[in-house]
Design a protein around this ligand. Structure first.
Ligand SMILES: Cc1cc2nc3c(=O)[nH]c(=O)nc-3n(C[C@H](O)[C@H](O)[C@H](O)COP(=O)(O)OP(=O)(O)OC[C@H]3O[C@@H](n4cnc5c(N)ncnc54)[C@H](O)[C@@H]3O)c2cc1C
Length: 262
């Protein structure tokens, strides 16, 4: 048990390379959490980083991490059996209980698909409580695609759309090429009874929001994830404040009608 404010040492169960710059670690940590929440993970002497939970399981926690700096590069070197410090979970995630009965649309770009995966696994578990489910996931190139081994399972339960921005020369890939926004635009769905959860680069989210609005989807049907820099993660440092709200407490998942500059 223990306090969610204190780091605890947990064992690494596995570390898998997902793409050239992204890896997934599974931690031996049985902790109650909501899809879309995040944890603070740290290595003594290196530092701490907020990372979203990319799974929905009672047995473990999966984190999918892009190597961008000191902490994330050090985390990428963890091996099975190593120990790492974690605290949390923090924040308010996807309100999936509240939206039972609705059609759900997940739209993710790059590493932003990681937090959505926790929500997707929740929907797989409680599939019959939801209407139609659409998953739109976009990546820079075929080599950047995350969780490809899950696609067949996802296709059984959901409408899955995958796209890559461009095809490097001599790449063998038969999937869709173009921005994921184009696939969202081309899909014929009505706004009625829909709820949208989005996570990805701000430019992708902004373009997608324009498209969704043209389809009649209102701001209070759209949830966006914010990855504002933060330190404490429990509302003390206020580093992650957006428009009077704290990403660590009120977010990282916000209704678009409540926060504009995510
Ligand atoms: C709620 C939340 C959830 C997150 N979930 C994930 C996740 O699931 N997977 C994942 O890979 N990353 C996630 N991130 C981002 C992750 O926390 C940062 O990439 C990490 O802190 C970088 O630490 P570092 O020491 O490796 O890099 P640093 O050396 O600290 O930074 C490297 C570069 O990235 C920039 N940078 C670092 N963090 C951020 C940020 N949050 N926003 C914009 N620029 C930043 C720095 O300014 C610098 O230019 C999340 C962030 C938040 C706030």
């Amino acid at each position: 048990m223990g306090s969610k404010y204190l780091p605890r040492s947990v064992k690494v169960v596995s570390n898998k390379i997902e793409s050239a710059d992204t890896f997934s670690i599974v931690l031996d940590w049985k902790i109650k959490h909501d899809p879309g929440q995040f944890v603070q993970i740290s290595i003594p002497g290196i530092g701490e980083a907020p990372i979203s939970i990319a799974s929905y399981s009672k047995k473990h926690i999966q984190l999918t991490i892009r190597k961008v700096g000191n902490v994330t590069n050090s985390l990428s070197k963890l091996k099975k059996g190593d120990r790492v410090f974690v605290r949390g979970p923090y924040g308010s995630g996807y309100p999936l209980e509240e939206v039972k009965g609705k059609d759900v649309i997940f739209i993710g770009g790059g590493c932003g698909v990681a937090p959505l995966k926790g929500g997707i696994e929740y929907l797989e578990k409680y599939r019959k409580h939801f209407g139609e489910v659409f998953l739109f996931v976009g990546y820079r190139s075929p080599g950047d695609i995350l969780f490809e081994d899950k696609h067949d399972d996802w296709k059984k339960d959901f409408h899955l759309f995958v796209s890559v921005d461009k095809l490097p020369s001599k790449t063998c890939y038969s999937g869709n090429v173009g921005f994921i926004t184009e696939l969202v635009e081309n899909q014929k769905f009505t706004a009625k009874n829909k709820v949208v959860f989005m996570c990805g680069p701000p430019i992708m989210m902004e373009k997608t929001i324009e498209i969704l609005k043209k389809k009649g989807i209102k701001e209070d049907q759209i949830y966006v994830s914010s990855e504002r820099l933060m330190y404490c993660a429990f509302g003390l440092c206020c580093h992650c404040m957006i428009e009077g709200k704290l990403t660590c407490l009120d977010g990282p998942v916000f209704k678009l009608s409540e926060v504009k500059n995510f």
